[in-house]
Design a protein around this ligand. Structure first.
Ligand SMILES: [Zn+2]
Length: 264
């Protein structure tokens, strides 16, 4: 083979132009293909979402989803990509797993933590989301608002008074906004999960049976990447998915397959 071709160069060929040993890899993005989903009425759909990456824990979450062969969505913050030395690699690793793993827009700045100010200035907020869309290179229009659960779909706009103006702007710009039905809460001091996997799995089942979701038979679960950065909590994520998988009714989907989104 020619793997070691440099050792074959002879002094009789001094004018040969040397090619760089490691050519720059060009990653050609695959086109985003979306098929209208078909639902099985005997199933219940779970959309696992991980928020605020890239951050410590993102790769652990990705690994668990790949090992467990479940679909999931990562709502990422463009500023975190910028600030983290391996931010771009992590975003690429998420993109590479499409369509089983979906990258979505969770703003550029995460409102810098000042949510009221952010939503009181909807045009500023819109431009923040548009910057994130560009920097993260997202080919579809699915957003989650920082610190607020709101819904914008084909025929629905459900939002509190504070976020209604940004939701209307996003709606006019063709965006969908995805909220959440259940949250795996975390300690605000340690970032570790509060509920055990069993408690959360029971809660999810209860939400389905008591019809406490935004849409019947569809449940969006909010979690944060950083909750699972430590091995024992990465294990908690695996346990939750294992419990949920043991119910044959449960199907895991990415949020672009949530019903009635505005899609190309
Ligand atoms: Zn967030």
């Amino acid at each position: 083979m020619f793997a070691n071709c440099h050792t074959n160069a002879t002094e009789q060929e001094p004018k040969k132009v040397q090619l760089p040993q490691k050519p720059v890899k060009r990653v050609v993005p695959k086109p985003y293909v979306w098929q209208p989903p078909v639902y099985d009425t005997s199933k219940q759909y779970i959309y696992i979402t991980f928020d605020d990456g890239p951050q410590p824990g993102t790769m652990a979450c990705l690994q668990v989803c790949l090992q467990q062969k479940v679909k999931a969505s990562f709502f990422m913050v463009a500023r975190h990509q910028q600030l983290k030395s391996d931010g771009k690699q992590i975003v690429q690793a998420i993109k590479k797993q499409h369509p089983n793993i979906l990258l979505c827009n969770h703003s550029y700045s995460h409102a810098y933590g000042k949510y009221r100010y952010f939503y009181k200035h909807p045009y500023m907020a819109l431009s923040d989301f548009l910057v994130a869309q560009k920097q993260l290179g997202i080919p579809h229009k699915i957003i989650r608002l920082p610190g607020n659960s709101a819904w914008v779909r084909k025929d629905t706009l459900r939002a509190t008074k504070l976020v209604r103006p940004i939701c209307s702007l996003l709606d006019s710009t063709g965006y969908n906004v995805i909220g959440w039905d259940a949250e795996w809460r975390f300690s605000h001091t340690s970032a570790n999960p509060i509920e055990t996997p069993q408690v959360l799995a029971d809660q999810i089942e209860r939400f389905f049976t008591q019809n406490k979701t935004h849409l019947p038979k569809h449940l969006v679960l909010l979690t944060h990447d950083r909750m699972f950065r430590l091995p024992n909590y990465t294990d908690s994520l695996t346990k939750l998915i294992t419990i949920l998988k043991s119910n044959p009714k449960n199907v895991f989907e990415t949020v672009d397959n949530y019903p009635r989104l505005k899609m190309p």
